[in-house]
Design a protein around this ligand. Structure first.
Ligand code: NAD
Length: 504
């Protein structure tokens, strides 16, 4: 399997090296207006993957104009046609699934065991929202004595979608599919650390017959291309996934043009394990939710809050398992943790291990970069730290890597206090067999999403999003349409009501 993945990658890299990665505006691949490019390298070996168009305000303006023009038609396209096109995009994504998996692994360092699901999930996102196009405009009928009030929903306009480097393919489809289903047109700004698979998405859309200008992609830096997108007057809303501080910038940047924003931001999510839980299943879930996808996932449970009576036994088993996690080539199906996205991020994650020791916590596993042949990649050995407190920086800040902090609790109230002590509130995971307690904890923990006796299993109709500094708004199911659409009320008289007569 490794050899097959390497062969697919080699073929794709040859094409990318030759053509580079361009912007995609009005159905055409175009260089940046400045002709400037930036380089994207693999975190696995530091090799150059491609030169990428470095978009600027002018490119964003051209893309926004294309999206504005295309909006006039796309907003009223027959829902059957819109659905058919989205279905075709899904089929094309599946057609390119092997290329997507290999390129996403090489570009992001995510192990192929996870990236091979990216296409399946991406296609599922398109099909799910395609099926909803027929009902998306439905509103509410609120008749009164002399008038009929009813509401309809209409697409808000051209929207900007800004995505991060973790799971770039899947996250892009998750945002773009409902926007298109709603009748919006899109300008997408992918993350500069992982721009590669956005290219395949544009190809899948063009081949599906998506009209010109409905979907545009402008690559580039956040501070230039991203910022211009958030400031552009024709762009009516920004759907953003990324860091909390970037969210604050975007809110400020979008203020003058009164942007509607949807933010999915950082997390420092707790997993609380009680002594009555199924501890074997809890152990599997704790490990999966921190070390899958290199721990570079917003919903990962990075703080394990363990009941004191099971603490020693659980931590012993956990340490043994973490030490056995397979770190290696992300293209190898056996690999469980690959290289982190970039040397700067590797350095950041390693600096938290140093900080943990300085703050008085104890490193039980990892905290170092592997030596030998992996040393040329951005690898970090799966790290486990105990003795963490709510006062420590490592107990509060998002590390965003394979780094798990363990804390101890005695009472339910203490567990909630620790869980809620951080500024974030994205997800929480509760492990207990006591139904009443599960409900109490789910009610009191400050999080947008809570899983009881489960790892994060995504259900597309369910609302997704965070509270506190983890985000604003929800997506998934109808929630995505609430964001991408405006509700218009129409009031029609029965001609029976009195009209005040002035000057009569
Ligand atoms: P980031 O905020 O650095 O970058 C995200 C995107 O924003 C990139 O495309 C970047 O170019 C762009 N950007 C940067 N500055 C900008 C600006 N001033 N104006 C407009 N755009 C700008 O985030 P990242 O490092 O790429 O991603 C990791 C972060 O994303 C983590 O904090 C993680 O928790 C978060 N995340 C959250 C969710 C969620 O659903 N809550 C999902 C995935 C990732």
């Amino acid at each position: 399997m490794l050899a097959k993945n390497e062969k697919i990658l080699k073929k794709e890299l040859k094409k990318l090296k030759r053509s580079g990665i361009k912007n995609f505006i009005n159905g055409k691949e175009v260089a940046s207006s400045s002709k400037k490019t930036f380089q994207t390298h693999s975190p696995m070996d530091g090799e150059l993957i491609a030169n990428v168009a470095s978009g600027n305000a002018k490119d964003i303006d051209t893309a926004a104009k294309a999206a504005t023009k295309a909006f006039k038609e796309w907003r009223i396209v027959d829902h059957r046609e819109r659905k058919n096109i989205l279905y075709k995009i899904a089929a094309n994504i599946e057609k390119y699934s092997e290329e997507i998996a290999a390129l996403e692994s090489y570009d992001t360092g995510q192990p192929i065991r996870f990236t091979k699901k990216a296409a399946i999930r991406g296609a599922a996102n398109f099909r799910y929202f395609a099926d909803k196009t027929i009902d998306a405009p439905n509103g509410l009928s609120t008749p009164d004595t002399h008038h009929v009030n009813f509401s309809i929903k209409q697409p808000i306009g051209p929207v900007g979608i800004i995505t991060p480097w973790n799971a770039p393919f899947m996250l892009s489809t998750w945002k773009i599919a409902p926007a298109l289903a709603a009748g919006c047109t899109v300008v997408h700004k992918p993350a500069e650390f992982s721009p590669v698979t956005a290219d395949i998405l544009c190809k899948a859309a063009t081949e599906a017959g998506l009209p010109l200008g409905v979907w545009n992609t402008v690559h580039g830096m956040g501070e230039t291309a991203g910022k211009s997108l958030t400031e552009h007057d024709s762009i009516k809303a920004i759907s953003f996934v990324g860091e909390t501080t970037t969210g604050s910038h975007i809110m400020r940047q979008g203020a003058d043009t009164l942007k509607r924003v949807h933010f999915e931001l950082g997390g420092k999510n707790p997993v609380i394990v009680f002594d009555d839980a199924n501890l074997d299943r809890a152990l599997d879930a704790v490990i999966f939710m921190k070390y899958s996808l290199n721990g570079e996932r917003c919903t990962s449970s990075s703080r394990l809050i363990l009941h004191e009576s099971v603490y020693d036994k659980f931590v012993k088993k956990l340490t043994a398992r973490v030490k056995k996690i397979k770190v290696g080539n992300p293209l190898d199906p056996k690999t469980e943790v690959g290289p982190l996205i970039h040397p700067s991020h590797q350095e950041k994650v390693l600096s938290y291990a140093k900080l943990a020791a300085q703050e008085g916590a104890k490193i039980l596993a990892g905290g170092t970069a592997p030596k030998g042949k992996l040393s040329k990649g951005c690898y970090v050995n799966p790290t486990l730290v105990e003795g963490v407190t709510t006062k420590m920086r490592i107990g509060n800040e998002e590390v965003f890597g394979p780094f798990l902090s363990v804390m101890k609790f005695k009472t339910e109230a203490q567990a909630i206090k620790i869980a809620n002590s951080v500024r974030y509130g994205l997800t929480a995971y509760i492990w207990t067999k006591d139904t009443g307690r599960a409900h109490r904890m789910a009610r009191d923990v400050e999080a947008g999403m809570v899983w009881v006796n489960s790892q994060n299993v995504r259900h597309l109709p369910a609302p997704f999003g965070g509270v506190k500094y983890s985000g604003i708004g929800r997506d998934g199911g109808e929630y995505s349409f609430d964001f991408y659409m405006e509700t218009k009320n129409i009031c029609v008289a029965y001609d029976t009501h009195a009209i005040p007569k002035l000057g009569a």
